[in-house]
Unconditional design. Structure first.
Length: 198
């Protein structure tokens, strides 16, 4: 659905938003085509270079705002991920930017909780776990990076939601899955590539 040119725009825009925000400068965004006016979910991930350790990851899971606006919001927020200290200007040359553009989440319909495991394809699906007030999301690339199987991925998504790892067995649990097109810098301010995760 998204071309490499779209990915280049997404990643370079995210880089500009991050750098301008950290430096205290304003930034205006001009979407290059109609795709960026359509509502979509998106995540922006900051990774240290060359280690590729997580440095921030924030996004908008649901298609609730135009993609260009969601990209700007997510990129700015990723510099303030509450799990980490705010990104400092001294770090700008040592991070790579990754952008994941999401399909709308779909509710997984399962006759029994055990069926959830059968519905998950590692390398294709991202997950959202929901029970009561708890809600957590993991992107499709995460289980591949950690070499999790489907059940481990399900348990980790539950824990991301602040739930017990076996919360997916409880009554009232809801699981959503989605896919993502992922684009990333190969090095800080370097070429942008489409990231295959399967």
């Amino acid at each position: 659905m998204y071309t490499l040119d779209d990915g280049v725009f997404a990643v370079k825009t995210a880089r500009s938003v991050v750098e301008n925000f950290v430096l205290g400068k304003s930034f205006s965004l001009s979407p290059p085509n109609e795709k960026w006016k359509a509502k979509s979910g998106i995540f922006v991930t900051l990774l240290t270079y060359p280690e590729k350790d997580l440095r921030g990851c924030i996004g908008i899971p649901e298609p609730v705002m135009p993609l260009a606006d969601a990209l700007k919001d997510a990129a700015q927020s990723a510099t303030q991920d509450p799990r980490f200290p705010p990104l400092d200007k001294s770090e700008l040359d040592g991070i790579v930017i990754e952008v994941s553009i999401l399909t709308p989440p779909e509710l997984v319909k399962a006759k029994t909780p055990k069926d959830y495991v059968e519905e998950i394809k590692i390398g294709r699906d991202g997950l959202i776990a929901e029970l009561g007030w708890g809600r957590g999301l993991l992107l499709p690339q995460v289980p591949v990076e950690w070499k999790w199987n489907a059940e481990e991925f399900l348990a980790e998504t539950c824990m991301k939601a602040g739930l017990a790892p076996d919360a997916w067995l409880e009554k009232g649990f809801k699981l959503y899955k989605f896919q993502a097109e992922i684009f990333a810098e190969e090095k800080p301010r370097g070429n942008v590539e489409r990231k295959e995760i399967s």
